[in-house]
Design a protein around this ligand. Structure first.
Ligand code: AMP
Ligand code: TRP
Length: 344
């Protein structure tokens, strides 16, 4: 068993840096809801301190944070059963993040592929925060002693880094204080691709809105984006082997499977041999029927920002009640003098 002696606890985070996409929903949030419904203790965070590693317009940052909170709840997260809050309201994240900056090695950070992808040839002009962000992510997880982290495929390397940081901290101080969290990457939708390019991840930061489906898109927009999605000229194959080398076809089949809670071969049993002109309308229909209630509920919730703020405030109190004692113990292990701090 992973992490004997640690109670199972789930932590995950999403950046409030734009619309939630169908990729976020199928790759992450849907799993968040399943874990909550399984009765596991679940902590879900809008990671605003991660968002500001690249420039964020202040008014948009608060709007995006509230919209993401609304998206979480519209997808089925319940603030009574999960802890929902925004990261910057719980200062323990940033404090443990600094400590982990002193544990993580430069060589480890240099291997992070997401930084290389995002910075490209402009690395010299990126913020120091963008480079250091995986160590803050480790702090997000470990300040709760979380054991399981549901994420999409792109975050696997970062969760593995947090295991390395936990192990090095434990080793350096001769303790078994931090668990080594495991990434939970399951289902057919761990990597949903762009509708314009089947080799690129569907992303909220892609300049083309046609490349993604947003949870706030209306039915017409969803249908139009699917109709215009890039495909090849062949009909759908009869089995999943026939999807090899056809990234766009594979992506649409995976999206259908994830939306319909079925396997990819189940989708091909139904649609094998059919042209995209038949498959796309069926895909649009299932996408619209799944997303319509979510976007309606998001609109309702964002109509009352005061209520969202109250929910995030209460969530932050509950999060801090777990995180602060763990941070205090960390400082104690480090040997810093804590004479003015919280009573335990
Ligand atoms: P981000 O939008 O980068 O903050 O990602 C939030 C969560 O959604 C993370 O767990 C990601 O792994 C997941 N995610 C983001 N984009 C996709 C995608 N295209 N397919 C599957 N999961 C995704
Ligand atoms: N880095 C993640 C992303 O960009 C978001 C994130 C921040 C996260 N902290 C986390 C995910 C902790 C899981 C656990 O998608």
């Amino acid at each position: 068993m992973d992490n004997p002696g640690f109670t199972e606890r789930v932590f995950s985070g999403i950046q409030p840096s734009g619309n939630l996409t169908l990729g976020n929903y199928l790759g992450a949030v849907k799993r968040f809801v399943e874990m909550q419904d399984d009765g596991i203790e679940t902590v879900y965070c809008m990671v605003d301190l991660h968002a500001i590693t690249v420039w964020q317009d202040p008014a948009e940052l608060s709007r995006n944070t509230r919209e993401l909170a609304a998206g979480f709840m519209a997808c089925g997260l319940d603030p009574d059963r999960s802890i929902l809050f925004n990261q910057s309201q719980v200062s323990a994240h940033a404090e443990l993040g600094w400590i982990f900056n002193c544990v993580a090695r430069l060589g480890w950070m240099n291997r992070m592929t997401q930084f290389k992808d995002r910075a490209g040839r402009n690395a010299e002009r990126m913020s120091l925060g963008l480079y250091a962000y995986p160590s803050l992510m480790a702090a997000d997880i470990l300040v709760y002693h979380a054991t399981h982290v549901p994420v999409g495929e792109d975050q696997k390397q970062h969760v593995e880094l947090s295991r390395d940081i936990a192990a090095k901290f434990n080793h350096d101080f001769g303790v078994t204080f931090f668990p080594e969290p495991v990434p939970v990457i399951e289902g057919s939708a761990t990597r949903i691709m762009s509708l314009r390019d089947g080799t690129k991840k569907m992303s909220k930061s892609d300049p083309s809105d046609m490349s993604r489906i947003n949870l706030t898109d209306d039915a017409d927009t969803i249908s139009r984006k699917i109709r215009k999605a890039r495909t090849d000229a062949l009909p759908l194959p009869d089995s999943t082997d026939g999807l090899d080398g056809r990234p766009e076809a594979g992506n649409l089949v995976r999206i259908f499977a994830a939306l319909g809670d079925m396997s990819e071969s189940g989708v091909l049993e139904q649609f094998g041999g059919q042209p995209f002109s038949k498959f796309k309308p069926a895909l649009a229909e299932i996408a619209v029927s799944t997303l319509k209630p979510i976007s309606a509920e998001m609109r309702r919730l964002t109509g009352d920002p005061g209520e969202i703020d109250a929910i995030l405030g209460r969530g932050a109190d509950r999060a801090a009640a777990i995180a602060n004692p763990i941070l205090d113990q960390t400082f104690e292990i480090l040997g810093t003098v804590r004479s003015r701090f919280r009573e335990r």
